[in-house]
Every structure is written in C-alpha cells, then in structure tokens.
Design a binder for this molecule. Structure first.
Ligand code: HEC
Length: 188
C-alpha cells in the first residue's frame, strides 16, 4: 500500500482536529436543554438550616391519617412492624451490639425528613403529596420518635429548630481541622 503524501497526511490531520474541536464545542448533539421550569421541579434540595423549605405547615395530629392512607401498608403502625424500613425507635441502640438505625435514632437533621419524603415517598408514587401533607408526615414521624409533641406545628421556621437526638455524633471531616469528637448519644 502506498503511504499518503506528507501534504495529504497533514490535511487529513487538520480536518480531523477541526472535526474534534467542533464536537467538543457543540457536544454529541444528544437530548434537549432543560427549561427553567423543568430544572425547578428537580431543584428541591433542602439544607440542614432549612434553606429551600417551602411555605406550608403541619402537625403530627394532621399527619397520622395521611400516614395511615399512604405509608402504613409498607411501614406499619407507628412506623414499625412492616417489611420496609422501620421509621421509629432504636434510640440509644447505635453504640450497642444490635444498632437500629431509624429516622429518629440516626438522622442528624429534621429538615432531611421533609426532603426525603417529598423526594421519594410514597415509594410507588413520589411527588404525589402536597407540601402541607409532607410537613404533617414529617411532624408525625418526629412525634413517633418522641422528638416533638403531637400538636407542635412544623413549618419552614420551626422544622430547622428541631434538634435530632443523634445530631452530635456525625463527625465533620472537612474542612480539615473541623473534626469533632463524637459525643455519647442522648436518649430523647
Ligand atoms: C410501597 C411501599 C412504601 C410506601 C407506601 C411508603 N414507603 Fe417509605 N420506604 C419504602 C422503602 C422500600 C424504603 C427504603 C428505600 C431505600 O432504602 O432506598 C422506604 C424508606 C423510607 C424512609 C427512610 C427510612 C430510613 O431510615 O432510611 C422514610 C422516612 C419513609 N420511607 C417514609 C415514608 C412515608 C412518610 C410514606 C408515606 C407517604 C412512605 N414512606 C410510604 C417503601 C414504602
């Protein structure tokens, strides 16, 4: 086989380089750009300090019937005793031989309970409940764990103020130097 003449080889290299540059600039041309409305639907993260919590409010009393309707089948009465994750109890068990991690015994921030339920539950139909219902369900789970009273109103102001029992046992590794010693877990 005859090798390409140097000029032809150079021209080929240049055309390949140009094609690669165009590809890098424009991308592979897959998919369509998300609209701001579509991004907003997924941009729903809530920070530990409550940033991102929507308007609305709820109590455990309001949450109990919603729980019975939408959550009971998988999580059982009072968040215990069904096949799926146990949501209540386990307090003080984490440093023992049979640790039981639940929303109440393990999770460091109450705002995560709201975020998690809104993002993922009910399992088979996420994003189907209103923010009011999510506040009420969050309050109900906190109540089942003995963390708040059944008539305490949870909203964007009060939820971040709830102190979870295991809050101090998470160690901050970053930034370096921020490492704290874990403290003994307190029972609620
Ligand atoms: C069809 C069954 C089903 C239903 C209904 C359901 N869940 Fe769940 N839930 C699950 C499963 C399965 C998991 C574990 C998911 C995983 O680990 O990825 C889970 C996990 C959770 C967790 C996290 C527990 C943990 O410690 O990690 C919470 C909180 C929760 N569900 C709340 C609810 C609430 C509130 C409702 C009602 C609105 C609900 N779930 C309805 C199946 C269900």
């Amino acid at each position: 086989m005859r090798s390409l003449a140097p000029a032809a080889a150079l021209a080929k290299m240049i055309s390949v380089a140009l094609a690669m540059a165009a590809f890098a600039q424009e991308g592979p041309g897959l998919g369509i750009e998300a609209t701001p409305e579509e991004v907003a639907q997924w941009d729903i993260s809530i920070q530990p300090n409550g940033e991102g919590l929507p308007p609305g409010s709820g109590t455990a009393l309001a949450g109990q019937p919603i729980y019975t309707l939408h959550c009971f089948s998988c999580h059982g009465a009072e968040g215990k005793g069904q096949l799926n994750d146990v949501l209540a109890g386990g307090h003080g068990s984490l440093d023992g031989p049979a640790p039981r991690k639940t929303v109440g015994s393990f999770w460091p921030y109450a705002t995560t309970v709201f975020d998690y339920i809104r993002r993922t539950m009910p399992y088979q139909q996420p994003h189907s409940l209103s923010d009011e219902a999510i506040y009420a369900l969050t309050a109900y789970l906190l109540f089942l764990n003995g963390i708040i009273e059944e008539d305490e109103v949870m909203d964007a102001r009060t939820l971040p103020e709830v102190r979870m029992p295991n809050r101090d046992n998470f160690i901050l590794a970053y930034p370096p130097g921020a490492r704290q010693k874990p403290r003994q877990q307190r029972a609620p």
